[in-house]
Design a protein around this ligand. Structure first.
Ligand code: SF4
Length: 744
């Protein structure tokens, strides 16, 4: 038995791991106590993931569906058939008729997204979709407006801050987003131990709120009004001379202060308290703690991103951090430097800065991808560029996208649906082809986006890992899969014959043998090494020597403003015209609607410690006994009013669907709020033998899609803070229906 060192690729914490391997199988995983950054931290999901990847449900061969039956196929047949269909659709309908959906799993690999993009560029298609429009596209869209590039993402200096305001985020369970910090509980507690303050503003008393700090309830999806009043009060402290803003710094490094202040002027805390339910004096206390701290940061995540105003919320958050002097300072928010200066590269080459608009709804691309919330319309609406083929790579849109029932009907109209995954999940179950990919432990890697390109790490470091176990059956890595699909479709990677020829040449001389066929795969380690050398980070082999990671220089304050802001004038734009336009009218309209809905229940989503999006429900010990379903969490007062008993089934109805789910009481919820964990509803996954027997329902059935129901600025789906009705169930639960409701 050998012990290897690697890192987890399930969530952004990227915990260092120590792994026991015996005869080609992983038998145990422990946190790496000596890791330079993660220092022995790891969670249940990360430490059990070998059971997930070692499941008998793993795809071993390409499979193709005819009606309801599946059969095994060879890679040659799969590539030839898919390539012929791609060539036909491209010839008859143009390249944009072929679309791709990139899921979160692809983001935890270096070569997967690169080769997937290479395939789409080779085809000449701009029809890219990604999971970002479900959880974070608002941040990219706003960063582009304010800082000139979507991946310029300031993060809180958690190790040094004296005041952290956490909005709509639960790092103790979900870890941080756009920031790699292991052991969130420890880091949050250290803030208070050094005399600082943590405020958690959330409709639920979350695990984070219980671990540390002071919790304040906020009515779901009213965060934009909280932030407007926060800004209003920050400006009032300045006006009264109690806490002066550094106007010289603001004038030197930003534009639009006056216009920003004008937006906030209408939103005194006394006014917004009516909808946020946060008393004006409580809000003022939070503002004062933030304003007088020697280094403060405001941080938010999916609770805001997935609301109706995710973009406006992130804009206001970033302006607050900027004008208070906390942007680009220790203890405030920092802008990391990756091993590659990706923002400058992107700005020079136009990477991720496309101004293309979607055919349906004319949404501007975010990170060169269109909103998933219009994908069903793009498939169902006749006309040039109608989507006819879809590649789904490392994702499961039928569980994670809004109005999943309508999306499923749309997918059934596709002429070609291909999933590249480790399992046949819900989306794969209705695909024409499923292609078996390798799992993280079967491939070499670097911790991709965060350290390498962006430096989004509390403690910067680099690490490399070899594959720990070989592929089984005919599983292949995505680089090889897309290189082959390019050739089979008659195109070249990135539309470059040089790139395709170079990859083919490297395969011939250095590629690993693929299964029993004698074919050779893409030499991934060699490509990763070339990437590291090109960015002056040494070789892959040299980095492997640092088994516990290799520390990089720490972040510097005052390294961003005036030097790395990529707007045309080099200043942070506090009041971009697109945001002012979006704010005018919409804020008042939303405020009025909030007042009208003040007695309605609002639904938020939630995550359990053993689940990660839609991924981890196929592990028996994570979904056994009473964990075999999700529950609707209801405050006892709301339950009484609705006539609901604990354990009873309830019908939850939005304006798109009704789902039936058992009730649990929770006093941790703000009255008027119900919570339903996401990632459930696997009953239709033909290839998930454990998850398909669970009883949970898909919360995203309750969310609306379509161009009029998603956020205009970033195309974000509205997945939390949805107005719903909840009643005792009107009949038995039917796990065979898509909604868990007996139909007809
Ligand atoms: S927190 Fe858990 S899932 Fe996330 S990287 Fe660490 S071990 Fe993996």
């Amino acid at each position: 038995m050998a012990t290897e060192h690697t890192f987890c690729r399930i969530c952004e914490a990227l915990c260092g791991l120590e792994v026991d391997v015996d005869q080609g199988r992983i038998v145990d995983i422990r946190p790496d106590e000596d890791h330079v950054a993660t220092r022995g931290f790891g969670c249940l999901k990360g430490l059990k993931q070998h059971k997930m990847y070692g499941s008998p449900d793993r795809l071993l061969h390409p499979e193709t569906r005819s009606g309801t039956s599946w059969r095994r196929a060879s890679w040659d047949e799969a590539n030839a058939s898919i390539g012929a269909e791609v060539a036909r659709i491209r010839r008859d309908h143009g390249p944009d008729a072929i679309a791709m959906y990139v899921g979160t799993a692809a983001g935890f690999s270096v070569l997967h997204p690169v080769f997937a993009q290479g395939f789409m560029t080779g085809i000449g298609s701009a029809s890219m979709y990604s999971s970002a429009s479900q959880d974070c596209a608002n941040k990219f869209a706003i960063s582009r407006e304010m800082y000139g590039f979507p991946f310029t993402l300031p993060f809180p200096d958690v190790r040094r801050t004296k005041c952290l305001v956490v909005l709509g985020a639960n790092p103790v369970v979900s870890k941080w987003s756009f920031l790699q910090v292991p052991n969130p509980t420890k880091h949050l507690r250290e803030i208070t131990e050094r005399g600082g303050k943590v405020w958690v503003v959330d409709p639920r008393r979350t695990e984070t709120a219980k671990a540390t700090g002071e919790h304040v309830f906020i009515r779901p999806d009213t965060d934009v009004f909280f932030l407007l009043s926060f800004l209003h009060e920050l400006l009032a402290l300045d006006r009264r001379g109690e806490r002066r803003l550094d106007r010289e710094r603001i004038d030197r490094f930003t534009t639009g202060f006056g216009e920003l202040a004008a937006v906030a002027s209408a939103w005194a805390p006394e006014r917004t308290a009516e909808v946020t339910r946060i008393p004006a004096e409580t809000l003022r206390s939070i503002v004062r703690d933030y304003a007088f701290a020697d280094g403060a940061a405001m941080y938010s995540s999916t609770g805001l991103n997935m609301g109706r105003n995710g973009s406006l919320c992130y804009w206001l958050q970033e302006t607050i951090n900027a004008i208070s002097g906390n942007l680009d300072r220790r203890g405030g928010t920092l802008v990391g430097r990756g091993a590659i200066d990706f923002p400058s590269f992107g700005k020079k080459t136009g990477t991720l800065l496309s101004n293309r608009r979607s055919r349906v709804g004319a949404f501007r691309a975010v990170n060169d991808a269109f909103p998933g919330g219009v994908l069903a319309d793009e498939i169902l609406t006749e006309g040039p560029k109608k989507v006819r083929a879809l590649f789904v790579t490392g994702g499961n849109p039928l569980l994670t996208m809004p109005n999943a029932a309508r999306l499923r009907r749309a997918f059934e109209h596709l002429e070609l649906l291909v999933t590249i995954d480790i399992y046949k999940n819900e989306t794969g179950s209705i695909a024409h082809w499923v292609l078996p990919a390798t799992s993280p432990f079967q491939r070499p890697d670097l911790p991709f986006i965060f350290p390498l390109m962006l430096g989004l790490q509390s403690k910067p470091y680099l690490q490399a890992t070899r594959p720990l176990v070989p592929p089984e059956g005919e599983q292949r890595d995505e680089a090889t899969i897309y290189a082959d699909l390019c050739r089979a479709s008659g195109v070249s990677l990135f539309g470059s014959r040089i790139a395709q020829t170079m990859v083919e040449g490297l395969r011939r001389v250095a590629g690993p043998k693929l299964g029993s066929t004698g074919a050779r795969g893409v030499p991934q380690e060699m490509l990763l090494s070339l990437l590291l050398r090109a960015t002056r980070q040494g070789s892959f082999e040299a980095l492997l020597e640092h088994r516990h990671g290799k520390l990089r220089d720490d972040h510097e304050e005052r390294s961003f403003l005036g030097s790395r802001v990529l707007t045309d004038d080099g200043k942070v734009h506090l009041a971009p015209p697109a945001l002012l336009e979006a704010a005018s009218g919409k804020l008042e309209a939303d405020f009025t609607q909030e007042r009208e809905n003040r007695r309605r229940l609002k639904l938020i989503t939630k995550r359990a410690i053993t689940t990660h999006n839609s991924w981890t429900h196929n592990l028996p010990e994570f979904v056994d006994k009473d964990r075999a379903t999700n529950y609707l969490y209801v405050h006892p007062d709301d339950a009484r009013e609705a006539g609901l008993a604990e354990g009873q089934a309830a019908d939850v109805t939005s304006d798109t669907a009704t789902v039936r789910v058992p009730v649990r009481f929770s006093k941790d919820l703000m009255p008027g709020t119900v919570a339903l964990p996401h990632g459930w509803g696997h009953q239709h996954a033909a290839g998930l033998s454990v998850a398909s027997k669970t009883q949970g329902v898909n919360v995203n059935l309750l969310a609306a899609d379509g161009p009029d129901r998603i956020e205009k600025l970033s195309g974000m789906a509205h997945l939390t803070g949805i107005v719903v009705d909840v009643r005792p169930a009107a009949g038995p639960r039917d796990p065979t229906s898509w909604s868990g409701v007996s139909e007809g």
